[in-house]
Design a protein around this ligand. Structure first.
Ligand code: ZN
Length: 308
């Protein structure tokens, strides 16, 4: 795979909002990174000079296997993720026939597998080579190592699936530009991300667990996401909240990470240990939302304007 030399626009400005280009100000610090706030559109984003290296660091082995903010053992979640893919497959069937899908940040391929169960023909891209290896050898899926920003293939898809990936993009405009170029006219984007306007986010404020730079770099609201997608020729056709279940082992990992070594945390850790690892638990997904966007058929959007 060729790498794109696009450093001039792969750096996020420290000051200007990536959604509306207006100026922003520092809100608060988290994990040593400033979270900025756009004064015009209210978008929240991390003040990080990011590069493709960032992806490799965040999605390292530790993210998938090391517990902490990642998954205690990602692969044990296979069943749940496949069901989530099927859930989205059923959701999509209300709006379109199954077609071709590109699953961005496909990880080990389970969500993609769920979509394939529902009739979609798909391939995925994923920065972590071990996850890609798993998807290809164990699930027989077509998943390539890479990021959306650096996608080199020429195909166009009926659907670009972006479940829990938007907040991670080191260059969100570049990523969505590429996504748009690879979506057929009339095709779809399915996006799931967290909402900083949710009740949970507003109650927790700076302590909302989704404020976790440098893993997460953007915090959207439904209206902000709509504005951003609109700039790439997409309009919203449906929105809702995802059903989400996680295994006890993952819940425990997240809770231990969040409680840290505080004295309250120590007491809670004993209680948390009672939760069986393989017990599916409802996750309070009040702070998540999904949106289905459709690409305008109009020729006013970039058609063959691919930069050489
Ligand atoms: Zn803005």
């Amino acid at each position: 795979m060729k790498s794109i030399q696009s450093h001039s626009h792969s750096l996020i400005s420290n000051d200007n909002c990536p959604v509306c280009y207006q100026s922003s100000q520092r809100l608060f610090q988290k994990h040593g990174y400033w979270i900025r706030h756009c004064q015009a559109c209210k978008h929240h984003f991390a003040e990080v000079t990011t590069s493709p290296v960032h992806v490799n660091q965040v999605y390292s082995e530790e993210y998938f296997y090391g517990g902490g903010a990642g998954y205690s053992n990602y692969l044990t979640e296979a069943k749940i993720l496949r069901k989530r893919g099927q859930w989205y497959g059923r959701l999509l069937s209300r709006y379109t026939q199954p077609g071709t899908v590109l699953d961005v940040g496909a990880a080990a391929g389970f969500i993609l597998q769920g979509l394939i169960d529902c009739g979609w023909q798909g391939k995925g891209i994923e920065p972590n080579p071990d996850m890609v290896n798993y998807a290809c050898t164990h699930l027989g899926l077509s998943v390539d190592v890479g990021t959306l920003e650096q996608l080199q293939v020429e195909e166009r898809y009926d659907l670009i699936n972006m479940i829990q990936v938007l907040g991670h993009f080191f260059d969100i405009r570049q990523a969505l530009q590429v996504a748009s170029l690879h979506t057929k006219p009339g095709g779809f984007w399915l996006i799931e991300t967290s909402s900083r306007e949710s009740f949970t986010a507003r109650i927790l404020g700076n302590n909302w667990h989704m404020y976790s730079p440098p893993s997460v770099l953007h915090w959207f609201s439904p209206s902000g996401l709509q504005q951003l997608a609109g700039q790439f020729g997409f309009y919203e056709i449906a929105r809702g909240r995802p059903a989400k279940w996680i295994l006890g082992s993952h819940a425990k990992s997240v809770l231990r990470y969040k409680l840290g070594s505080s004295s309250i945390g120590k007491n809670f850790t004993e209680i948390i240990n009672i939760i069986p690892d393989h017990l599916p638990l409802p996750y309070p997904a009040e702070d998540l939302f999904w949106v289905l966007f459709q690409k305008r058929n109009s020729t006013t959007t970039t058609k063959e304007g691919k930069k050489g």
